[in-house]
Design a protein around this ligand. Structure first.
Ligand code: B12
Length: 235
């Protein structure tokens, strides 16, 4: 695998807490819109984050402190719109919707990732701790992929410790992830250890050093509950 430093956007993205996960040449099945000026998209760069870097930058940003809604989305948009416009790239964001852009599908076209029983994609490097932050659309054919796509680690993980670790049985090998069960537990039990980080994700043997600290995990859990129509955020 080539190091992320090989990417020309590396320094600017890294200063804001992001990196290029990988890139791909779109095909019709990828459902990419044309660029705003009508040119076709020839390459897509998937921008992600993992580990403490994004939180470190974001928690010192004006968006973090202004008390308005969706601070992380607004921070992401401000930083990535600036970086993209300097590089003739057009960003799409995962939080734009509904309907939402198929970010997980695109990420799997760009990098070595599995669809886990938890719903999140799992990487052999970052485990289940990867956040997808933007797709940067280019009119140029950026021919060499940075990372090669693959099947990710889940298909060869026989034990699947993620499934047994959920205290309310919200993850099932066949049915997948029950978001209603999970969010009801979080909303009802403010002292649940799940608030400090999903116990199932924590049991994944991959990428454990990228797990977020408790304050960051709580921020993401609150954002998750806000997306669930039937749960009020308690803590
Ligand atoms: C709506 C949504 C949800 C909904 C429903 C998910 C669903 N059934 O699709 C709810 C509110 C349940 C949800 C929950 C979470 N989500 Co969510 N979610 C989204 C969002 C905004 C849209 C999904 C969508 O409809 N896509 C459109 C379809 C057409 O795209 P697709 O790629 O083909 O669809 C795939 C997903 O829907 C996926 N899928 C199906 N069921 C589930 C369930 C879960 C929990 C997830 C994560 C995915 C998933 O399978 C599809 C086929 O590959 C995406 C961002 C995005 N634009 O993709 C984030 C996204 C999928 N979520 C994400 C995450 C991390 C979570 C949480 C873990 C949040 C957290 N706390 O950190 C939680 C899980 C709860 C927990 N306690 O940990 C990440 C996943 C990153 C990764 N490594 O894969 C995304 C990509 C956001 C991001 N910026 O990174 N989410």
């Amino acid at each position: 695998m080539t190091e992320p430093a090989a990417d020309p956007l590396h320094d600017e993205l890294s200063a804001a807490g992001f990196f290029v996960l990988g890139r791909f040449r779109p095909q019709p099945a990828d459902q990419l819109p044309d660029l705003a000026d009508g040119r076709p998209v020839k390459s897509v760069l998937m921008v992600a984050n993992a580990g403490p870097d994004l939180w470190d930058r974001f928690s010192r940003s004006p968006e973090f402190a202004d008390g308005l809604a969706d601070p992380l989305d607004r921070y992401t948009k401000r930083c990535l719109l600036g970086i993209a416009s300097n590089a003739d790239l057009e960003p799409l964001f995962p939080f734009e919707g509904p309907p939402y852009h198929p970010f997980q599908k695109w990420a799997r076209r760009a990098a070595d990732l599995s669809q886990s029983p938890l719903g999140v994609l799992v990487s052999p490097i970052f485990g289940p701790w990867l956040g997808l932050r933007a797709a940067l659309l280019s009119p140029q054919d950026l021919s060499d992929p940075i990372h090669l796509p693959g099947e990710g680690p889940c298909p060869t993980c026989d034990e699947k410790p993620c499934i047994a670790a959920c205290p309310v049985g919200a993850i099932d090998a066949k049915r997948g992830y029950d978001a209603t069960l999970c969010s009801a537990h979080l909303a009802q039990i403010g002292s649940s250890p799940c608030w400090s980080g999903c116990l199932s994700r924590s049991k994944c043997p991959h990428g454990q050093s990228f797990a977020p600290p408790p304050d960051q995990a709580r921020f993401h859990m609150k954002a998750f509950l806000a997306l669930m129509p039937s749960t009020a955020v308690k803590p």
